[in-house]
Every structure is written in structure tokens, then in C-alpha cells.
Design a protein around this ligand. Structure first.
Ligand SMILES: *Cc1c(COP(=O)(O)O)cnc(C)c1O
Length: 388
């Protein structure tokens, strides 16, 4: 019998049968070699963890093996951030002349990697409506498309990509940014996806104290990614890896609680006079509610609302909460609110904001671990405050 994911999150990432129950930090950047032959072997093979820390590190390897276990993957490589991981996948696997298909709703950093960096290297990128399964295949150029890159649920309206259809795409390698879901909520590799990318800075680490990314997949693909990553130099620090592994131990209870509170909050906000739209994959009114049920075990702690009062209301709302903090990021113990139209996406024209799925009154809420009664009261009070 296979253990449940919550159990595996406790058992995984304990190499060498250490007596330590807490993750052990190995700050050493270099490791003494037994012989010249051993040094040669480590310098010329992939995945060495006791040679030089840019190649690999025992603390980082423990985190990597835990994530690989949870995703059901052969291998994983950790990075200094989610963007470090995404950049390694894109620039490590694509060359000049290659083509990438991605979706028009993406994390802003990933979007800029595709719109500003890829063209400089002669890598062409086509963006499609990720929620339309046919759109992906229609955009593929046989022999030229190297990658299809999806994000599900996606920033900021939590649109879903059908993993079964996406994983069945033949030809290009299929990559999923699964940050919002974590392996506790969905496991894209089980649907035939080739690589999964996470910003482990978010819910996986879960305490706002680690900058961390990770890529998981087959040993063969990870060897390719590793070959680029060692030269890219965006390797995870052992300190962050220890915090990441510590976070994974409690991911099950945290995500379960955050999902339950987000679901309750979403229901409380439905039909509220100041709120014109509530987007949460667990709501029956969510446009892809049926798909969410099919491919997600938990719907996560993120919900997005549109305020009736537009830009002014959005600004007032995020400055009026007492418990929820105005800050970027997600998945931590503190509930965070963001108003993209006046902060992260303020430099876009209104039509560009609409294309990115952002309305003037769009507010994203990352539900934390506060008592649900207190949080609901705080959000409702802030809605009252933005009426004036
Ligand atoms: C935050 C985030 C990233 C980038 O991760 P960093 O750790 O900040 O580099 C990528 N994708 C998604 C969906 C994110 O939320």
C-alpha cells in the first residue's frame, strides 16, 4: 500500500538515515575528495551532492528528493527562486529558432521571460487561451515547437488548464507551473506532463522565509536541466532548502486549512453588494468548477474578487484590512491582499490590464492560517470601509 501524500511529506527527504528529525543544514560550499578519481567522477557526472555546492548540496538534495517523492517523479533540481527554475527550463531546453506555446494568463515574471528575454535569443513564443484545450494543439508548429508551458491555476483569475488534455499533447515537452496547487492538490506528471515547476517560495515553504524554486520530472530531462543549471548558477541555498523541507512537513495541514477558509470566504463574498465577481475553483459558479473537481484534490488558498467600486475601491480595500496584509506572494501563514491595477500592473494600459485578466477592482487574496471567523470579519469590514 502506498502511503498518503501527507504521510510521504513527513517521511520523504531523509537521506542517509540521519538520527536528526529536523532537516540538517550543510552550509559547506566544498567537500573533501577521497581521491582524484572520485573528483573526476563527480565533476563529469550529473547530480553530485558532495563536490561543490553549485553542482549540488546535501541539504538541497534532501529537499529535492522530498519534492520528487510527492510529485511521483524520478528526479528534481532546486533553484534559488521559482524564476531561476523557469529560466533554467526555458533557456536550458530551447535554442535559437525554437518555438514555445504558452498561455496569455501567467505569473508576471514568466510572462516577461517570454516577451522580453526569449525574443532576444531568437526563441519565438505564441500565447494562447490556456483554458481552451484545442488552442494549445492548434498553435504547435511540428518540428519547431520545443515547449508548451502552462500555469494552472493561473494568475490572477485562477483559470485552469485541463491537465489530461495538456499532458496528451504529442511532440513538444509539456511543462506545468503548479505553484498555486502544490503536489498536495494536483500532480501533473500523473497526467503525462513532462516537467513540473514550482515557486517553492510560496505554499511549499509556506512561512515567507525561503526563496526557492524546483523542477521535477524524469531523470533524463532533469539531467539536461542540471547541465544548464550548473552554469546558470541559480542554485538553491542550503538555508532556504532547509526551510523548504521544514515547510513540506506541514504542507498537508496548512493547505487543507487554507482551502477550507478560502472556500468559506468565497461563499461569504458571493452576492455581497460591493463584490461583482468571486473566483474560486471550489465554487459551483466557477467557470471550470467541474474541471477543478476532476484534477484538484484541494482548491488552495487563493481567491480573486472584483470590486464593484473599481480602482478607488480596490485601493481603499487593501489599505483597510486589519488582519490581511498588503503584500505580494502567497501561501504563507498571513493572509495577503494585492490590488494589481494599482501596484504590480500599474504601468500597463487599461486594455493591456484587461488582456492580463486584471480589472480595475481586481483584488487577489491569499488566505492564511488565521481563525476563519476573524478573517471573514476583517474582509467584510474592509468591504464596508471601501464603500465610503
Ligand atoms: C511567485 C511565482 C513564480 C516566481 O517564483 P519566485 O520564487 O518569486 O521566483 C512563478 N510562478 C508563479 C505561479 C508564482 O506565483
Amino acid at each position: 500500500m502506498t502511503d498518503h501524500l501527507e504521510t510521504r511529506a513527513i517521511l520523504a527527504g531523509r537521506p542517509g538515515g540521519d538520527a536528526d528529525l529536523a532537516p540538517v543544514m550543510h552550509p559547506s560550499t566544498t567537500f573533501e575528495l577521497e581521491s582524484v578519481d572520485e573528483g573526476r567522477a563527480m565533476a563529469t557526472s550529473t547530480g553530485s551532492t558532495t563536490f561543490y555546492s553549485r553542482y549540488g548540496n546535501p541539504s538541497v538534495a534532501a529537499f529535492e528528493s522530498a519534492v520528487a517523492d510527492l510529485e511521483g517523479a524520478e528526479a528534481a533540481r532546486a533553484f534559488a527562486s521559482g524564476m531561476g527554475a523557469m529560466a533554467a527550463v526555458v533557456l536550458g531546453l530551447c535554442s535559437t529558432g525554437d518555438h514555445i506555446v504558452t498561455q496569455n494568463r501567467l505569473y508576471a515574471g514568466t510572462q516577461m521571460l517570454f516577451s522580453a528575454v526569449c525574443p532576444r535569443f531568437g526563441i519565438e513564443v505564441t500565447s494562447v487561451d490556456g483554458a481552451d484545450p484545442d488552442a494549445w494543439e492548434a498553435a504547435i508548429r511540428p518540428g519547431k515547437t520545443m515547449l508548451c508551458v502552462a500555469e494552472t491555476p493561473a494568475n490572477p483569475r485562477l483559470e485552469l488548464v485541463d491537465l489530461e488534455r495538456f499532458g496528451a499533447i504529442a511532440g513538444p515537452m509539456c511543462v506545468v507551473d503548479s505553484t498555486f496547487a502544490t503536489p498536495l492538490a494536483q500532480r501533473p506528471l500523473e497526467h503525462g506532463v513532462d516537467l513540473v515547476v514550482h515557486s517553492a517560495t510560496k505554499a511549499m515553504s509556506g512561512h515567507n522565509d525561503a526563496s526557492l524554486g524546483v523542477v521535477v520530472g524524469s531523470r533524463e530531462l532533469l539531467d539536461w536541466v542540471w547541465g544548464f543549471a550548473v552554469l546558470q548558477g541559480a542554485n538553491a541555498s542550503p538555508f532556504d532548502a532547509v526551510n523548504g523541507l521544514r515547510g513540506l512537513r506541514t504542507l498537508g495541514v496548512r493547505l487543507t486549512r487554507q482551502s477550507a477558509t478560502a472556500d468559506r470566504l468565497a461563499h461569504e463574498l458571493l452576492g455581497h453588494g460591493e463584490v461583482s465577481e468571486v473566483l474560486y475553483p471550489g465554487l459551483p459558479s466557477f467557470p471550470q468548477a467541474e474541471l477543478a473537481k476532476r484534477q484538484m484534490d484541494l482548491c488552495g488558498g487563493l481567491l480573486t474578487i472584483e470590486l464593484e467600486g473599481g480602482l478607488e475601491a480596490g485601493r481603499r480595500f487593501v489599505e483597510s484590512t486589519r488582519i490581511a496584509r498588503l503584500a505580494p506572494s502567497l501561501g504563507g501563514p498571513e493572509t495577503l491582499v494585492t490590488h494589481p491595477a494599482s501596484t504590480t500592473h500599474v504601468s500597463l494600459f487599461p486594455e493591456e490590464q484587461v488582456a492580463a485578466g486584471i480589472g480595475p477592482g481586481t483584488v487577489r487574496i491569499s488566505v492564511g492560517l488565521e481563525h476563519p471567523d476573524d478573517l471573514v470579519a476583517d474582509i467584510l469590514a474592509a468591504l464596508d470601509a471601501c464603500r465610503n
